[in-house]
Design a binder for this molecule. Structure first.
Ligand SMILES: Cc1cc2nc3c(=O)[nH]c(=O)nc-3n(C[C@H](O)[C@H](O)[C@H](O)COP(=O)(O)OP(=O)(O)OC[C@H]3O[C@@H](n4cnc5c(N)ncnc54)[C@H](O)[C@@H]3O)c2cc1C
Length: 458
């Protein structure tokens, strides 16, 4: 084998561990830089690679009916170190894949340490030196402040966020269009709009009053200790904080009813309106405009389903406000996760704007394979958009659409969900859709593995 320069991976969490493994499996050497245990983060407790900082669950393992289960199945077919190790260290957890966290992280650490092509260095990287020609940055939601400062400088202040302010996202096909309607306020088209870009949910005064009472009484999530200084920004206050400031505040903010006419009841002016805006290019997901919240997830689902038209809403994501470090990836990264302005730098894991242990590892897997392919003189092959891997990377690098009006930056971290996959041709029964999406994804993944992976692990 010819001698190739190593690829540098910064961060040995879920994404960096998987990326390093994938690169080494392709015969390319890796230097893996991990700052723990020399320097830790506010939440990690050990020096292990791929430490799980909170829950020990990789969520549902149902590859026929859940998007995360599908992602598991795809990762198994792609020889994922993280999934293989999770399978070995799994604990009884019903339909979920839960792991013994110490056994899991210990085994990942042992696998990386015993791989001859991986050179492990326990050090904090403040700035990737110019002579490293291929780098994967996988430093996660708690990227060390010095490196975050470097990335801020390199990408522009507004392109790196330190908190996510997440509004819930609803699957369009779960919204009741006998109640809601499409219209932009005052029918304004704006740049790139049609004049009918928003889904509007009308509330009467009684419904609005009940909604405000529910928000005020709803159970909220506490900040972690390290998030205690989380600032509330102008333009993205949690809705329950707005409601606390006065019962009418929301009606003059995100729930204002002006410039909208309900075609189902043209003579009756709504007292308040909740608007949803298209969130992905496929048009399958809509976000609740201005509805970032710290309400507990169960409370969100219960309270938001009282909004007319959302009685049966299925949420692709619920709201939240967290400490996080992530890039405005659709703007900054190319299709293979490289920084447009400095292609020697590639990103992986939660810092790219995916959410979750498994999603972070999946993006690490792709970043590792892309970097190795490049090093071997091949063109990195993108997974089909119909697969969970393709859908996830699509969300990060291009599938999200920017907000069409002023407000906080709209790209926010996202778990894998079926709304990110291109819909099936019409005619598939609703109850059979998930299964059909999974079957299509696995068939397309198999063709991709066969056709496009000349250096697949033997
Ligand atoms: C408090 C908290 C709780 C979470 N709970 C869950 C949960 O229960 N379930 C879930 O699915 N997801 C959870 N997440 C979200 C996310 O999926 C995990 O954080 C996941 O670990 C992200 O994977 P990653 O590889 O991108 O980052 P990480 O796993 O955090 O790995 C990043 C690594 O980079 C290292 N590093 C950072 N800066 C440097 C530097 N400058 N030089 C060298 N090394 C560096 C860190 O030490 C770390 O090992 C949580 C996130 C947080 C912050």
């Amino acid at each position: 084998m010819r001698s190739l320069r190593p690829i540098h991976v910064i961060g040995g969490g879920l994404a960096g561990s998987e990326a390093a493994w994938q690169i080494a499996r392709r015969g390319v050497s890796v230097v893996l830089h991990e700052m723990r245990p020399v320097r830790s983060t506010a939440v990690h407790k050990t020096g292990h690679f791929a430490e799980l900082v909170c829950s020990n669950s990789f969520r549902s393992d149902d590859a026929d009916g859940s998007a995360i289960g599908l992602l598991h199945a795809e990762m198994r077919r792609l020889d994922s170190l993280v999934l293989h190790t999770a399978d070995v260290h799994k604990l009884p957890a019903g339909g979920a894949l839960a792991v013994d966290r110490d056994g899991f992280a210990g085994a990942i650490t042992a696998a990386l340490e015993s791989e001859p092509l991986i050179d492990i260095r326990r050090e904090e990287i403040l700035e990737p030196p110019a002579e490293w020609d291929s780098v994967i940055i996988a430093t996660g939601p708690l990227t060390s402040p010095a490196l975050a400062e470097t990335l801020s400088r390199q990408t522009g202040e507004a392109a790196l966020a330190f908190f996510d302010a997440i509004a819930p996202i609803v699957h369009r096909d779960s919204i009741d269009f006998d109640v809601v309607w499409f219209q932009s306020r005052y029918d304004k088209a704006g740049p790139g709009g049609s004049g009918a870009d928003y889904i509007n949910c009308p509330l009467t005064r009684t419904q609005y009053d009940a909604f405000i009472d529910a928000l005020l009484a709803g159970e909220k999530t506490a900040f972690h200790d390290f998030e205690a200084a989380t600032p509330y920004f102008d333009g993205c206050l949690p809705i329950e904080i707005m409601a606390e400031r006065g019962r009418e505040t929301l009606r003059h903010g995100p729930m204002k009813p002006f410039g909208l006419t309900d075609p189902h009841r043209p003579g009756q002016k709504p007292y308040a309106v909740v608007q949803l805006r298209q969130d992905n290019k496929l048009g399958t997901l809509f976000n609740m405009v201005g509805f970032q919240t710290k309400l507990k997830h169960g409370e969100q689902a219960r309270i938001f389903r009282t909004i007319p038209g959302l009685g049966n809403a299925e949420f692709a994501r619920l709201g939240g406000l967290h400490r996080n470090t992530f890039l405005n990836s659709p703007k900054l990264l190319d299709a293979t996760l490289r920084l447009n302005t400095a292609p020697r730098l590639r990103f992986a894991g939660q810092i790219t704007g995916c959410e979750g242990y498994v999603e972070s590892a999946a993006i690490g897997l792709l970043a590792g394979r892309f970097a190795a392919a490049e090093r071997l003189g091949d063109t990195p092959a993108l997974p089909p958009p119909t697969t969970a891997h393709g859908a996830l990377i699509g969300h990060i690098t291009g599938g999200h659409i920017e907000t069409i009006d002023k407000g906080p930056r709209s790209f926010q971290p996202m778990n894998i969900n079926f709304g990110l996959l291109p819909p099936l041709a019409c005619g598939t029964r609703r109850d059979a859709r998930k299964q059909a999406l999974c079957a299509r994804a696995l068939a397309d993944l198999d063709s991709w593995i066969g056709a496009a992976m000349p250096h697949a692990a033997e």
